[in-house]
Design a binder for this molecule. Structure first.
Ligand SMILES: CC(C)(COP(=O)(O)OP(=O)(O)OC[C@H]1O[C@@H](n2cnc3c(N)ncnc32)[C@H](O)[C@@H]1OP(=O)(O)O)[C@@H](O)C(=O)NCCC(=O)NCCS
Length: 222
């Protein structure tokens, strides 16, 4: 009997950086309303840092200048374009953002992806083990449902060095979850929708500069 073809691996580029690395970054007009509605200074700083890292990462991966990247949001619950999972029209690129404590993290992939980090000092997962909580949150962020799906309905099964989603809400979901390695002071996980193996590639801020003066910056391959 012929063997079924193996699903192609999904590469996830991810960054995890201190919020302080984005001090003084200006708020873009497209984000001003959303960020101004946050009550606390710390939340606004985190939101600015997260949005900046998200824009830098996605723009660099598709090889456009940050100013030319269109970021949309949509809430599955209420239809608002002011919150919900960010997406990037006409790019074929998916990304996810997480902030916790003094850290922001972004994951970018060619498949729907979710990332979640929790700073150990900001631990609020209640009855959950923190490791398990970030895995489940990364699943609901990959689908875009967020906590509209009961996190207790999400089940994961260990399979080698990753986990597979075995239950989701009322039904099933193909998804692969991997723990983030070595994030100082935090734990984190990434989920990619699909069945293929996941390859994580951590990036650093230096590779995300937008220094090209003419034309488009060179694209970072996924
Ligand atoms: C997003 C969520 C899953 C996790 O939040 P969290 O662990 O507290 O926070 P994180 O920092 O890890 O993630 C927040 C980021 O996830 C992204 N996000 C928001 N909603 C999302 C969703 N449904 N799916 C995927 N990503 C989402 C956003 O980028 C957000 O950051 P930003 O607002 O600065 O852009 C949870 O807060 C949630 O489900 N929120 C939506 C609640 C809701 O549906 N409210 C009803 C509004 S009508």
């Amino acid at each position: 009997m012929p063997l079924a073809p193996r699903p192609a691996p999904a590469t996830v580029r991810w960054w995890c950086e201190p919020v302080s690395a984005f001090a003084g970054v200006p708020v873009l007009p497209a984000d001003a309303h959303r960020i101004a509605r946050l009550a606390r200074d710390a939340d606004r700083l985190r939101a600015v840092a997260g949005t900046e890292l998200l824009r830098r990462a996605v723009a660099r991966i598709i090889g456009v200048r940050m100013a030319d990247l269109r970021v949309s949001r949509s809430c599955r619950r209420c239809g608002s374009d002011q919150h919900g999972k960010p997406w990037f029209p006409d790019t074929g690129v998916h990304a996810s953002l997480s902030h916790s404590g003094g850290l922001v993290a972004v994951a970018v992939a060619a498949q729907p992806v979710g990332i979640d980090i929790e700073a150990l000092a900001a631990h609020t997962a209640g009855e959950w083990e923190l490791d398990e909580w970030v895995r489940v949150e990364s699943v609901v962020k990959a689908t875009g449902d967020g906590l509209a799906v009961d996190p207790r309905s999400v089940a994961l099964m260990l399979d080698g060095d990753h986990r597979r989603v075995t239950a989701y809400g009322e039904g099933a979901l193909d998804g692969v979850t991997v723990d983030l390695p070595a994030v100082a002071g935090a734990v984190g996980a990434v989920t990619v929708l699909g069945t293929g193996p996941v390859v994580l590639r951590r990036g650093d801020l230096g590779e995300l500069d937008d220094a090209e003066e003419f034309g488009s910056p060179r694209a970072l391959p996924l």
